[in-house]
Design a protein around this ligand. Structure first.
Ligand SMILES: Cc1cc2nc3c(=O)[nH]c(=O)nc-3n(C[C@H](O)[C@H](O)[C@H](O)COP(=O)(O)O)c2cc1C
Length: 361
């Protein structure tokens, strides 16, 4: 055992220690940064209504990789958003397209014509034709892999990188946590870079996944509350006040009427959603509505609800999508500060790791 005491272990890192740790961090991120063309292997996960020109350009200008959320935008609107983002940054950024969009092919063409280098295809296994069109047009394609078999299938289909998103994330989520997904997928996939998402709030956590073989991380919740985010002040303030346990997934009352799991802050809207489901199911039982009508009524409950929360600031009735990482949103911070905090936390964690190794000889 060396001479180093516990207080030495926790002493502030020296510049030399930090420089060495930073080199190691950059090395761990190298595949991700090379793929994205950025300084940091940190993606701003696309968030409908939130990930528009201001936040996307702020993330890219800070050395991360901003991603526009196309959501339900029409092709002309997307073209406009890409051009407006380009006017605010000369750094790389991507566009997230939802595979169910009826004009997916047109949207891919809009991205290609605008010279977007990375297209993220979200919302299920993307059609092979969309992957091919994007790649033929010179873009790199990023897909979401919710399981190892799907990761392998997406790679066979030609995707250039994967995001694995755990159930801790905000928005639409799968059932499996990032801790488990990472173990299921990272040791077996090295053909393409894999970025992890869901529940990342600190650099130490990002570091642990890089050490498991991830090429970088994707964050949503922390950026939604950033100073540059156009989300309503009330939306940001409720993020600052919330704890991890407040970010819950939507509850389905009856197995005959599926509810897509969405993680967000519990509020009056989520409580009324339960009552709404119960009422609709009762009307179905009494024969007032068909099963299809009942399902539609349940689905329509949240129509426009994310916009209501993000843009209008109705955080009581709207859909306040947020990940469990919301507990780590302590203030409304500029994007550059969020990113530099993440990097600093990873670097400090590496310094401590090095000291422990030195200490153990
Ligand atoms: C408000 C909000 C809206 C989101 N909307 C989308 C979306 O439109 N498309 C998408 O692929 N992911 C969406 N996500 C998920 C993010 O892109 C990202 O993967 C996720 O937030 C990462 O987990 P974290 O929230 O713990 O950082 C959304 C997340 C939030 C918080």
């Amino acid at each position: 055992m060396s001479e180093m005491s516990v207080s030495d272990m926790n002493a502030p890192p020296t510049d030399a220690e930090k420089a060495r740790a930073r080199k190691r961090f950059d090395h761990l991120c190298q595949r991700g940064t090379a793929f994205l063309g950025t300084e940091y292997a940190i993606l701003g996960g696309a968030m409908s209504w939130v990930s528009e020109r201001h936040l996307v350009s702020a993330i890219s200008n800070a050395g991360g990789f901003g991603v526009i959320a196309c959501g339900a935008m029409q092709p002309e609107r997307l073209a406009e958003e890409i051009a407006a983002t380009r006017a605010l940054t000369d750094r790389p950024f991507g566009v997230n397209l939802i595979t169910m969009h009826p004009q997916l092919d047109d949207l891919v063409q809009v991205c290609l014509q605008a010279g977007v280098g990375h297209i993220v295809l979200a919302g299920g296994i993307p059609p092979a034709a969309a992957i091919k069109a994007a790649k033929d047009g010179g873009a790199k394609v990023i897909g979401f892999a919710p399981a190892l078999v799907l990761a392998k299938r997406l790679i066979k289909m030609g995707v250039d990188a994967l995001v694995i998103e755990g159930a801790e994330a905000g928005g639409h989520v799968g059932p499996v946590s990032l801790t488990v997904l990472a173990q299921e997928i990272l040791p077996y996939i090295d053909q393409v870079p894999v970025f992890v998402a869901g529940g990342l709030g600190r650099g130490d956590a990002l570091l642990s996944y890089l050490e498991q073989g991830a090429s970088g991380g994707q964050l949503g919740t922390r950026f939604a509350a950033a100073a540059e985010s156009i989300a309503h002040e009330k939306f940001k303030q409720i993020f600052v006040r919330a704890n991890a346990r407040d970010a819950v997934t939507s509850v389905q009352l009856d197995e005959r009427f599926p509810v897509i799991p969405v993680r967000g802050l519990a509020n009056e809207g989520s409580r009324r959603f339960l009552v709404h489901q119960a009422e609709v199911i009762e009307r179905f039982r009494s024969g007032d509505v068909t099963r299809e009508e009942a399902q539609l009524e349940i689905e329509h409950f949240w129509a426009g609800a994310l916009r209501r929360a993000v843009i209008d600031g109705d955080v009581e009735n709207g859909s306040v999508m947020a990940g469990q990482s919301v507990g780590m949103v302590k203030a409304v911070q500029p994007v550059a500060e969020i990113i530099s905090d993440l990097v600093e936390q990873a670097v400090v964690a590496l310094v401590r790791q090095q000291r422990r190794m030195d200490c153990n000889g």
